[in-house]
Write a protein that binds this ligand. Structure first.
Ligand SMILES: O=C(O)CCC(=O)N[C@@H](CCC(=O)O)C(=O)O
Ligand SMILES: [Zn+2]
Length: 344
């Protein structure tokens, strides 16, 4: 009986022992209050018998070496399975890339967080584990959000950790959402979770959070919870606020959020994304420069194909610099301070 595999209440262990499939779906109940459905390896749903009005997705491990969010989600899943906490909101946990987690690497073949909104099936098609899994994850998101009455609040926090240190340790990327104001409540929820910095993206992407935001109208974010460390080496005390707020959210405890005020958070606008066009792409700055380091207008940020790429604004701050991406992929995001964003 598959359910017996969960006797230890360790869903991560079950997932990593079966990184490709669990075989059949299975379900069971916790007391009289919650139905639990396991749809696939790394995919578990908590359906309260009397659900409140939010549908919440917490995803982690889309990048296999970003371990702190995986440990955090597994802790919440364990507490739910042990009935130490009881879900009052419909909640879906997704452990994104079990094969890469077992491998201890960001990816197996391809960056999964560039494969959403159908990109998994663009030529050459479903040729690697990330493409296959991204397609399945999209289907689980669809099934979850469409599995409840319309009009409920949809939330998706896609949890990551960054490769390098950051001036703002915890930050969120708010996907591009033309015609929709930014949510004051969400920004203050993030702030209460210790995520005091938000980047407003300026264009569509093929990330997981953009997919949920754009296709399902979800309040969706990529959340960077700190710097990446191997499994078991995370200082989990750095995630106490985030874990507490996620627990309050799914158990419908009071969130006690402060009213929005732009001076309580750091708000940045993405001004451009620099993609790689040539194999010789290189940054001019040291490899250990931290995220959010700012450079003045005219500063040569990078070189490729005999061209210099310079700072265009008065100052631009950089996030996620990575010269070792495939041609066509993003090498860095450039930011300017966000002035008067439409936050309501
Ligand atoms: O530290 C890094 O360079 C990357 C950390 C990471 O995985 N970030 C996400 C951000 C996704 C987004 O832009 O919403 C990614 O690169 O996929
Ligand atoms: Zn990541």
């Amino acid at each position: 009986m598959l359910q017996a595999l969960l006797d230890s209440k360790d869903f991560l262990a079950l997932t990593l022992a079966n990184p490709e499939t669990l075989g059949d779906e299975f379900s069971f109940t916790l007391g009289e209050h919650t139905r639990v459905e396991v749809w696939d390896t790394g995919v578990i749903v908590f359906e309260p018998v009397q659900a409140q009005g939010k549908d919440v997705i917490l995803s982690c491990g889309v990048h296999g070496n970003e371990t702190a969010p995986i440990e955090l989600c597994n802790t919440l899943i364990k507490q739910l399975l042990q009935q130490k906490i009881i879900a009052k909101q419909r909640t879906l946990f997704l452990i994104g890339n079990p094969l890469a987690i077992n491998n201890g690497t960001r990816i197996i073949d391809e960056n999964m967080n560039r494969l959403f909104s159908g990109e998994h099936s663009s030529p050459p098609g479903l040729v690697n584990p990330e493409r296959v899994r991204a397609k399945k994850l999209e289907a689980y998101v669809d099934r979850f959000f469409k599995g409840a009455a319309a009009g409920r609040q949809r939330i998706h926090y896609d949890l990551h950790t960054a490769m390098r240190a950051s001036k703002h340790e915890k930050f969120a990327i708010y996907p591009y959402r033309p015609g929709r104001a930014y949510s004051a409540e969400q920004i203050m929820f993030l702030a209460a979770s210790g995520v005091d910095t938000v980047l407003f993206h300026h264009e569509p992407t093929t990330t997981f959070s953009y997919f949920s935001s754009e296709q399902y109208g979800a309040d969706a974010f990529t959340i960077e919870l700190g710097k990446v460390y191997p499994m078991g080496q995370n200082d989990m005390t750095r995630f106490i606020a985030a874990q507490e707020m996620f627990m309050r959210l799914i158990t419908d405890k009071p969130l006690a959020l402060e009213p929005f005020s732009a001076d309580k958070v750091n708000l940045y606008q993405v001004c451009r994304v620099i993609n790689k066009h040539f194999d010789d792409f290189e940054f001019t700055f040291a490899t250990d420069v931290e995220n959010f380091r700012s450079f003045p207008k005219g500063f040569v940020l990078a070189r490729e194909g005999g061209q210099e790429i310079k700072v265009e604004q008065e100052f631009e701050a950089i996030v996620f610099p990575n010269a070792k991406v495939p041609i066509g992929n993003r090498t860095v995001i450039c930011l300017i301070p966000s002035v008067a964003p439409d936050v309501r």
